[in-house]
Design a protein around this ligand. Structure first.
Ligand SMILES: [Zn+2]
Length: 484
């Protein structure tokens, strides 16, 4: 992407890399037995290890290592057999030990990639590394007059930090990458993907360079972004800001900037540290973690069908358009819902339309996820079968769906209670049609003069009078007969 031309007519290219901190869905923390439940009362999930008390010793959580290996395999990474944990030193009140246990020289995953949708085409984003580390606690400011407090419940929670190469060139590509990555981790069940609760945090870093230049410009890291919309807004803002600075002859400072949601702009948080500022060294309290090659490879066969592959299969197996396949496989639960319905009612495109249309609309309005949908795949299929058999019209089906959703009732029950069964009986329809013809003499005359399109209007009128219950095929047929 080439952003705006500057006053001096220099065009800049934006170069973006992304760091993601994904919280792993383990039962216990990275180096101790404390729980990882979100939202419990402050400091209720702590022990001497995660509080950093003297004399306590960390122990590596095997489940976290397994999750990192599975994620690494799904991200096409090389899994390191020789793992070291390192201490990353910095001082902050939410970090009681004065260092964070992370991985530096020997990360568990390296040199992977994922393909993302970039406009019409797909683009490969390289993953430089993914390493295990522990989370810090949380400072809470303004808890009382002039007082800040610390909650260590989150301290020691396992994170997988996933770092890309600087391969992205626009905010849209970054969002596409983040969506794909989040989908993959959620499919694997290693991260719940909840951005508001901080389970999936993204920190883009970006720099500008004159178009055509190989050398990178100075990069700025963006923090405090907890939705895909804010990712896009923050990057677009930062591109404009840096373009302006550079085109006025200024220089960009290497720094970390926070996205300020209220003001819609980024502001300096701190100047960026270099790796040597952290004085990394191997943690002497932890063993050198050696993973057996067979143990690693054992996970390969157990990986679930990932979103991109499942989308391809939906196109191939069900003949769905690529758009439908991408929407339906965006989450595992949605794809599972679709396939459960298809097992019962083998009309993929019809089911896809209902899932992407009516069902998604209700889910969105009520803020519900598809795994909690009050309309099960079975119920949806009941409704589609009623249309298929001609018991109700498509219009009635669409009308009663919101009620099925709200009440949890079966479609048969709603149709029966409301008397919505489709009218296909010719005598009953003939009465309606005679009325329509009598009250629309002008249209009848136009039809007889050869204006075929008037027929659609008359069918519409008949449907309206019948409250959507008339069988439109039959109405069409009878109208033609009577007008003919
Ligand atoms: Zn603990």
């Amino acid at each position: 992407m080439i952003p705006q031309q500057s006053h001096s007519q220099t065009a800049y290219e934006v170069v973006i890399g992304v760091e993601v901190h994904a919280q792993l869905r383990t039962q216990s923390k990275m180096f101790c037995g404390c729980g990882t439940t979100f939202g419990l009362s402050a400091n209720s999930q702590t022990c001497p290890v995660c509080l950093g008390l003297p004399g306590s010793l960390p122990v590596i959580n095997k489940a976290a290592v397994e999750m990192a290996v599975r994620a690494g395999l799904a991200l096409n990474c090389r899994i390191g057999e020789h793992n070291r944990f390192a201490r990353k030193h910095y001082f902050y009140p939410d970090l009681p030990k004065g260092y964070q246990i992370s991985q530096y020289e020997a990360p568990i995953c390296e040199q992977g990639w994922i393909d993302i949708a970039a406009g019409e085409a797909s683009k490969r984003v390289r993953i430089k590394r993914a390493h295990l580390e522990e989370d810090a606690g949380k400072n809470i400011h303004g808890a009382g007059a002039g007082v800040s407090v610390v909650d260590f419940n989150r301290a020691g929670t396992p994170l997988l930090e996933i770092v890309t190469e600087p391969d992205m060139r626009s905010a849209d590509e970054v969002v596409a990458y983040l969506r794909s990555l989040r989908d993959i981790l959620m499919y694997l069940g290693v991260c719940d993907g909840n951005m508001e609760e901080g389970s999936f945090r993204c920190e883009p870093n970006l720099s500008l360079r004159p178009a055509g230049q190989q050398e990178f410009g100075t990069k700025v890291e963006l923090k405090n972004i907890n939705s895909f919309k804010f990712v896009k807004d923050a990057i677009d803002y930062e591109i404009k800001r840096q373009t302006k600075v550079l085109s006025q002859g200024g220089t960009i400072q290497q720094e970390t900037r926070l996205w300020n949601l209220e003001r819609g702009e980024t502001a300096v948080m701190r100047s960026k540290e270099e790796a040597h500022d952290y004085r990394y060294f191997p943690d002497p309290d932890l063993i050198h973690l050696k993973l057996e090659r067979e143990w690693i490879e054992g996970f390969q066969g157990g990986l679930p069908e990932l979103p991109a592959i499942r989308a391809d299969r939906f196109v191939e197996q069900y003949g769905l358009p690529e758009y439908d396949a991408a929407v339906l496989t965006a989450t595992k639960d949605m794809a599972d819902y679709f396939e459960a319905a298809i097992q019962l009612f083998n009309q993929p495109k019809t089911v896809s339309n209902w899932v992407m249309g009516e069902l998604s609309r209700e889910l969105k309005t009520s803020g519900t996820t598809v795994d909690r949908s009050p309309v099960s795949p079975h119920r949806l299929v009941n409704l589609l079968e009623m249309v298929e058999k001609g018991t109700i019209s498509l219009k009635v089906a669409r009308d009663i769906f919101p009620e099925m959703y709200r009440s949890g009732q079966a479609p048969e029950q709603i149709v029966q209670e409301k008397g919505l069964t489709q009218v296909s009986d010719e005598d009953a329809l003939a009465t309606i049609i005679d009325d329509i013809l009598a009250s629309n003499p002008a249209q009848v005359a136009q039809f007889k003069e050869g204006k075929q399109q008037v027929l659609g209007y008359l069918v519409g009128q008949a449907m309206k009078v019948s409250g959507g219950k008339a069988n439109p095929g039959k109405v069409n047929e009878l109208l033609k007969r009577k007008l003919g």
